[in-house]
Design a protein around this ligand. Structure first.
Ligand SMILES: [Zn+2]
Length: 469
């Protein structure tokens, strides 16, 4: 399996430190609003990376944080006369609602900054003691000049960075170097505070990820992931902090997803093309959002548009219909053993598994993996015949289910859907009864009602088949 490592700018063989185990850290959102489509991409992409690693037999420990101390949260709390805690608790809950909708598995741990304060202070103390950080009037800065490798992830040259930063108007004269960044900031009225050796205050943003990765995964992790906008300065700073504090390499592989574009333009609040996942989910089901995200390679920019979403919805529907058809045959076909012709076809079936794995082994190419599923669906549809054996249908179902499971697009129908199913099946039973009694008017009326509910029915020799859409 090859993964593209931002640190080396090359595709490398994936070899975790410990055989069979993967330690993975993904930067999470700052919780002052609903998550937007740009946050949804790393959620879905790295959840899929995790699912594929698990499919390959790895035991994955997955950590994703919530930034629940931040200027934006404080601002929001002040605006609505509530507290930082109230705002962050609310939006953590909402983020879980969206993540669950997107079928993103819960992380092994979801640490929050407010709950990790002792360890944060501990790491800053270590950095000060080691000479990598210094205090000035209640503020603790990281001294970037002390870490010669600063810039190794973003491939930025420290001297050029210093020059660029020193030209900025908002420069901070308390810093030794313009590239130094804040580890701890002093308390200002109206803000939350914690006591520390440098007085009351709160941590800067970057330190939390170094601390949480260390606490839950150890000094060196296998995969650190996030959006490409985090490469500099956030991930560069994480490396500087962790490697200076622990004296060991921080992460073996760095994975970054590309930007989301809206109708070929960069998403921004000012351009008015800024969408939350919740807003989009009102027009398209969550699973379509997930499928849309996986239709592109994670490192390429992804263009979001209504037309592309619609195309993805249709594609997903095709996969789901195939699944429903197949299930119908499994439920109704005679329990016959594989025919000779089917035994031959099994070899062909395996080709789709190989095609899917080849795509995913090549730096998680989900776009090609989706194509492999489409081809599998075509194969299944072509071979769905009245005399198909149960065993053959089950083998096909097993493969389709497994591959869709890696992409997270075969979420069990939700509870509401199940209730819906009970209603549909009751109507279908009534319709069958009406037909048996030659009451065709009633049978037609029930069919119309089902059509209205978005249900299509097909009469086959093995009974009535139905699907949504
Ligand atoms: Zn982070």
């Amino acid at each position: 399996m090859k993964v593209y490592n931002t640190l080396t700018r090359t595709k490398e063989d994936f070899i975790p430190q410990e055989e069979g185990k993967v330690k993975m850290y993904v930067c999470g959102p700052t919780v002052y609003n609903y998550i937007h489509i740009g946050n949804a991409r790393p959620y879905v992409v790295f959840d899929t990376v995790r699912r594929y690693l698990e499919y390959k037999g790895y035991d994955v420990t997955y950590i994703q944080n919530f930034t629940d101390v931040d200027d934006k949260i404080i601002k929001k709390a002040n605006e609505e006369h509530s507290s930082m805690e109230e705002v962050s608790n609310r939006f953590i809950k909402e983020a879980f609602t969206d993540a669950d909708g997107l079928n993103v598995k819960r992380a092994t741990h979801h640490p929050r900054v407010t709950e990790e304060m002792d360890n944060i202070i501990e790491m800053i103390k270590t950095l000060v003691e080691n000479g990598y950080a210094y205090e000035n009037d209640g503020t603790v800065y990281y001294n970037t000049k002390q870490f010669p490798e600063y810039g190794k992830l973003s491939k930025k040259n420290l001297d050029e960075l210093i020059e660029g930063a020193s030209e900025r108007v908002d420069k901070d004269d308390a810093k030794k170097n313009p590239t130094d960044f804040v580890l701890w900031k002093p308390y200002k009225p109206g803000e939350p505070k914690w006591s520390s050796p440098w007085g009351e205050g709160r941590p800067g943003w970057h330190i939390e990820c170094s601390v949480m990765a260390k606490k839950y995964l150890g000094d060196t992790i296998d995969i650190h992931a996030g959006g490409e906008d985090l490469i500099f300065p956030h991930h560069e700073n994480e490396i500087a902090q962790s490697e200076a504090a622990n004296g060991k390499p921080f992460s073996k592989y760095w994975l970054h997803n590309g930007f989301i574009m809206i109708d070929n333009e960069k998403m921004s609040k000012s351009a008015g093309n800024f969408f939350t996942v919740r807003e989009i989910s009102e027009q398209f089901p969550y699973e379509v959002i997930r499928f849309f995200i996986l239709n592109g390679h994670y490192r390429s920019p992804l263009n979001f548009s209504r037309e592309l979403m619609q195309a993805c919805q249709n594609g997903l529907e095709r996969i789901k219909n195939c699944n429903t058809d197949l299930q119908h045959y499994i439920d109704n076909c005679h329990d016959s053993k594989l025919s000779q012709a089917e035994t031959k076809l099994l070899d062909e079936l395996e080709k789709y598994r190989t095609q899917f794995e080849t795509a995913m082994d090549d730096d998680f190419n989900t776009a090609d993996a989706v194509s492999a599923i489409y081809e599998l669906v075509r194969f299944i549809n072509k071979n769905l015949k009245e005399n198909i054996s149960k065993e053959f249908a089950e083998r096909e179902m097993e493969l389709l289910g497994k591959l869709c499971g890696v992409l997270g697009i075969n979420k069990e129908k939700e509870k509401a859907n199940d209730e819906d199913t009970a209603v549909i099946e009751e109507l279908l039973a009534k319709r069958t009864e009406a037909k048996k009694n030659k009451n065709f008017a009633e049978a037609d009326a029930i069919r119309d009602k089902l059509t209205e509910m978005g249900v299509t029915i097909k009469d086959t020799r093995q009974g009535v088949q139905w699907f949504r859409g």
